[in-house]
Design a protein around this ligand. Structure first.
Ligand code: SAH
Length: 221
């Protein structure tokens, strides 16, 4: 697959407008906004969507999956409170865009994807960009015990419950940001879970979102 890495003045101008829009929607963390301004989102989309890459919308990325809406990416990144050098685990690599935003914010990102096609396609794109992201093919419910513990964990698919193994792989004082399925089947509620020093969990809720489902096991395609 040939990937067009061109990032021209038009793309940069559209990205700046997107950043301004995200500010009006309540994103205030300057590190998040700077990362959105830096990562060329159009490179992660099929070329037919390039004109729409800087709209605040989700888009199909193949294998029935989507690249999250920029506002959702910014919102989850802001809740994570990333400090430079932190180890971050992402569940749901998808296009790789969210992972790159976190990498630009200074995180060392480990990201798991269950769909084989998507995993390989994104790996190829990431190899041509110079962000600090390691990708893995597997089931996010299992996490990455070999690389644990993590300072932060972000789940970018709608989870039925809080995955026990991921809580185990979170450091004390670590933060997990996870969209949990709503009881009435209407999308997800965004939760921020802090693992306190004594191991207890503090849970905060941050509004309604809509994600593709977090599914068990490795995907077939
Ligand atoms: N973070 C992505 C958004 C991806 S959409 C981006 O920036 O583009 C959610 C992704 O989660 C999909 O690619 C889906 O295949 C993946 N997914 C769903 N369940 C999973 C699981 N158990 N483990 C790993 N990935 C999973």
């Amino acid at each position: 697959m040939s990937i067009n890495l061109e990032d021209n003045y038009r793309h940069k101008g559209m990205r700046k407008q997107l950043v301004d829009l995200l500010r009006t929607k309540g994103i205030s963390d300057e590190k998040v906004l700077a990362a959105i301004n830096e990562v060329p989102r159009h490179v992660f989309l099929d070329s037919s969507f390039v004109e729409l890459a800087y709209q605040d919308m989700a888009f199909p990325i193949g294998s029935g999956q989507t690249i999250s809406q920029p506002h959702t990416v910014a919102f989850q990144s802001q809740l994570l409170d990333i400090q430079s050098g932190m180890k971050v685990l992402e569940i749901g690599t998808g296009s790789g865009y969210q992972a790159c935003v976190l990498a630009v914010m200074g995180a060392k990102v480990f990201s798991i994807e269950r769909q084989r096609n998507l995993y390989f396609k994104t790996k190829e794109i990431l190899e041509q960009l110079s962000f600090r992201v390691k990708t893995f093919l597997g089931d996010g419910f299992e996490g990455l015990p070999t690389y644990a513990p993590f300072d932060r964990i972000i789940i970018t698919a709608g989870a039925p419950t809080i995955p026990e193994k991921l809580i185990e792989q979170l450091k004390p004082n670590g933060i997990m940001v996870i969209p949990i399925d709503d009881e009435n089947g209407n999308g997800q509620k965004m939760l921020r879970i802090t693992k306190m020093a004594d191991g207890s969990l503090k849970q905060e809720e941050f509004g309604d979102f809509r994600f593709v489902p977090m599914l068990k096991g490795e995907g077939k395609d």
